[in-house]
Design a binder for this molecule. Structure first.
Ligand code: CP
Length: 306
C-alpha cells in the first residue's frame, strides 16, 4: 500500500486513509511478531536510527522492528557521540547518512529539526520526536491501541493530563484524533501548563469540542485518560517543575468503579501510581508493544515493500 508521502514528520500527515492502511499492515506484522519468526521483507535494506535525545521505547521498538524485518541497522545514540557535537548541521548529517542507508529515523531535541532533515533527505525520513513539537509514530501506536481497545476512533471523549503545553505526544495525538467524528477533548493541567492557544484553535477548527480543567478527577469519567509526565527537560524554570511534579498522581483508588482506559506514552515518572498497573484500565505497556508493529508497518510501506 503506497503512502501519499515520502517522509513522515507530523501527525497532520496521518489522514484517516493513511491510518487505516498502516493498521492493516500492522495487523499483518502482528502475525509475524507474535510467531517469534522474522520476516525477510527488508533484508536488502539498511535503516539508520539517529537518536540525539534520550529514548528507550522509541529507539528500542524501532530496533526491534528493524530486526523483525531482517534489515541492516546503523545506530547513532547520543549527540555527544556524534559529529553534531563538533558543530555539524542537521542538514549535513542527513545528507551524509542518506548516502549510507535506505531510510532514516531521527529523534532530535530541536523543534523543527525533522522538517530540516526531511527537506534534504533523498531517502524516506521518519520523525521519532523533534523537541516539544511532534511525535507522529507515537500517535500511530496510540491510535492503533485505541482502535484495538475501543473498536473505533469516532465518538471518543479523551482527557489529556498533565503537561499539554510541553508534551509532543499529546499535541500529535490530539491533532491526529481531531479528524474523527464526534471527538471531545478535556485538557487537564495547572494554569501555566495549558495547551497552546494555536493548538486549541486548530482543534476547534476541526470541530472538536475542547474543555480545560485543573482537576484530574474530571478525567475519570472519560473514554480515555491519557496521562503524560511533566516534561522536565522542557521547563525554562526548574522551580516550576518542582512545584507541579506531585500535583497529578493517578491511583488505583481513584479508578474504583471507573472504566476509563488509562494510556501513557511513558516513561512514567510520578503521574501514575504503580498500583494502577494491574487494573484492567491500564493499557500503557501494551501500548508500548504496539509501537513495534506500527513501526514495522510504516518502514515497510515507506520502502515500498508492503
Ligand atoms: N514514548 C516515548 O517516546 O518514549 P521514549 O522517550 O522512551 O522513546
Amino acid at each position: 500500500m503506497p503512502l501519499p508521502f515520502e517522509h513522515l514528520t507530523s501527525a497532520q500527515q496521518l489522514s484517516k486513509e493513511v491510518v487505516a492502511d498502516v493498521f492493516a499492515v500492522a495487523d499483518e506484522m502482528e502475525k509475524i511478531w507474535s510467531s517469534g519468526k522474522r520476516s525477510k521483507l527488508l533484508e536488502d535494506k539498511i535503516i539508520a536510527l539517529l537518536f540525539y535525545e534520550p529514548s528507550s521505547r522509541t529507539m528500542l521498538s524501532f530496533q526491534a522492528a528493524v530486526q523483525g524485518l531482517s534489515a541492516g541497522m546503523e545506530l547513532a545514540h547520543g549527540r555527544q557521540n556524534s559529529s553534531m557535537e563538533k558543530g555539524e548541521s542537521i542538514e549535513d548529517t542527513i545528507r551524509m547518512v542518506a548516502r549510507y542507508s535506505d531510510l532514516i529515523v531521527m529523534r532530535h531535541p530541536e523543534a523543527g529539526s525533522a522538517d530540516k532533515a526531511a527537506s534534504v533527505s533523498h531517502v524516506p525520513f521518519i520523525n521519532a520526536g523533534d523537541g516539544g513539537n511532534q511525535h507522529p509514530t507515537q500517535s500511530l501506536l496510540d491510535l492503533y491501541t485505541i482502535k484495538k481497545e475501543k473498536g473505533s476512533l469516532d465518538g471518543l471523549h479523551v482527557a489529556f493530563a498533565c503537561d499539554p503545553l510541553h508534551s509532543r505526544t499529546i499535541r500529535s495525538l490530539a491533532l491526529a484524533l481531531s479528524q474523527y467524528n464526534d471527538i471531545r477533548f478535556t485538557f487537564i493541567s495547572p494554569d501555566s501548563l495549558r495547551a497552546s492557544s494555536d493548538m486549541i484553535t486548530e482543534l476547534k477548527n476541526n470541530s472538536v469540542s475542547v474543555e480545560e480543567s485543573t482537576d484530574l478527577s474530571v478525567g475519570l469519567d472519560t473514554d480515555i485518560l491519557y496521562m503524560n509526565r511533566l516534561q522536565e527537560e522542557r521547563f525554562e524554570d526548574h522551580k516550576e517543575f518542582e512545584k507541579y511534579r506531585d500535583q497529578y498522581v493517578l491511583t488505583a483508588d481513584m479508578l474504583k468503579g471507573k472504566d476509563t482506559l488509562v494510556m501513557d506514552p511513558l516513561p512514567r515518572v510520578d503521574e501514575i501510581a504503580t498500583d494502577v498497573d494491574d487494573l484492567p484500565n491500564a493499557v500503557y505497556f501494551d501500548q508500548a508493544r504496539n509501537g513495534v508493529l506500527v513501526r514495522m508497518a510504516l518502514m515497510a510501506m515507506l520502502l515500498g515493500k508492503a
